[in-house]
Design a binder for this molecule. Structure first.
Ligand code: UD1
Length: 353
């Protein structure tokens, strides 16, 4: 098949391009090489792939980019929590306006299959179980509670602690920050496109992705990259809250494999897929594992917090496993070791001309 990969020069994109090529597909990358993410403005794709240096918002670039394409993998986005609320227009423009242009161009060129990079943050605080009130959806965390060190969102009815449950794709979305809102809007826009054109959409709700090529030292760096950079400077990782917030750290090669399987196999209707390793860790655990692997300074749990952060993000990815026979292959321990040693295993440095 021939795929257009938007954001194919990015962290996840480079691994997806490689996986597509390994599986014998033709690939065209469209990427703006936005300077707030890419330092290497001379980036070129692996040999054999085409490259269009353009922004997804540029409608004129999209029609030639879509020519002869069977399916699109749309990864180009502005990620992370951003700096503050003044980032909102750029998030909406980069993520939602861009997706609207892409969908309109796909309708014009009759390209009917889309795989979309979405996120687990779409679920907000997810689902908890209260001993008294059963399954419930926690409300937004209050600044005053967090300032008192109460980081876990309580039962909205009685204020008692909640046991964390794994979120399935059927749990309604509840975005709690601007980035999450733009990801949810992308999913809905794609759903609208699918209904009016008969197209197929697979929305990949990624967990916390780490691995070779992670963005570093940019406002878009995830926590694993931030801790790794600190340890490389021989500084202690600074763990926010009490360090017990849970995430599911998933290796980028597993993310790429999941994305390509869905892009190949999802041919009808609108479907969301959680993509996680299935073994949640706390952010504190990750900091200590990485510090041990690098033989670096002991992490410091600071109690500081960011208001837009969700407390726990842990999902059930059994739909993806069942429908596409996908299995994550890199364990947390191996992935942390790989980060620490800088070894990229069988990964080429994906930057050849
Ligand atoms: C991350 C991704 C987001 C993705 C989501 C999927 C980034 C920046 N964000 O969001 O794109 O959609 O996973 O689940 O890659 N923390 C510290 N110390 C720090 C920085 C962060 O302790 O120096 C903590 C945060 O408070 C938070 C956790 O680490 O509790 C994870 O933060 P982060 O990686 O920024 O983002 P997520 O919200 O998990």
């Amino acid at each position: 098949m021939k795929f257009l990969v938007t954001g194919g020069a990015g962290f996840i994109g480079q691994h997806v391009v490689r996986e597509l090529m390994v599986r014998g597909h033709e690939v065209r990358v469209l990427d703006s090489l936005r300077p707030d993410v890419h330092r290497d403005l001379d980036w070129r794709p692996p040999s054999g792939a085409d490259f269009i240096h353009a922004d997804v918002r540029d409608a004129k670039a999209l029609e030639p980019a879509l020519e002869g394409v069977d399916a699109v993998i749309h990864l180009a986005a502005k990620v992370g929590l951003g700096v503050d609320i003044s980032d909102t227009p750029d998030y909406v423009s980069s993520n939602d306006f861009a997706t609207a242009e892409l969908l309109a161009a796909m309708a014009r060129t009759k390209v009917g299959r889309l795989t979309l990079a979405s996120s687990m943050v779409a679920y907000g605080e997810g689902v908890g179980r209260c001993e008294k009130h059963g399954e419930t959806r926690p409300g937004p965390r209050l600044e005053s509670a967090m300032a008192n060190g109460q980081f876990d969102p309580p039962c909205p009815t009685c204020g008692m602690p909640l046991a964390d449950l794994l979120v399935t794709e059927d749990v309604p979305v509840d975005p709690r920050n601007v980035y999450a809102t733009t990801k949810v809007a992308q999913e809905f826009l794609a759903g609208n496109w699918a209904r009016s054109t008969g197209g197929a959409v697979a929305s990949m709700r990624y967990h916390n992705v780490y691995g070779p090529g992670m963005p570093r030292d940019t406002p878009y760096a995830g926590v694993a990259a931030i801790f790794l950079s600190a340890l490389r400077r021989n500084e202690a990782p600074r763990v926010f809250e009490d360090g017990r917030q849970r995430r599911d750290f998933i290796h980028v090669r597993d993310i790429a494999a999941a994305t390509v399987l869905a892009a190949e196999g999802h041919v009808f209707g609108v479907r969301a897929f959680n993509v996680g390793s299935g073994t949640p860790r706390t952010v504190g655990e990750m900091a200590f594992a990485l510090a041990r692997a690098l033989d670096g300074p002991t992490p410091v749990v600071t109690g500081a917090f960011r208001l837009g952060d969700v407390r726990h993000i842990t999902a059930d990815s059994s739909r993806l496993r069942a429908e596409f026979h996908w299995e994550p292959r890199t364990t947390f321990e191996d992935g942390m070791r790989e980060l620490a040693t800088g070894s990229t295993g069988s990964d080429p440095v994906i930057k050849e001309g």
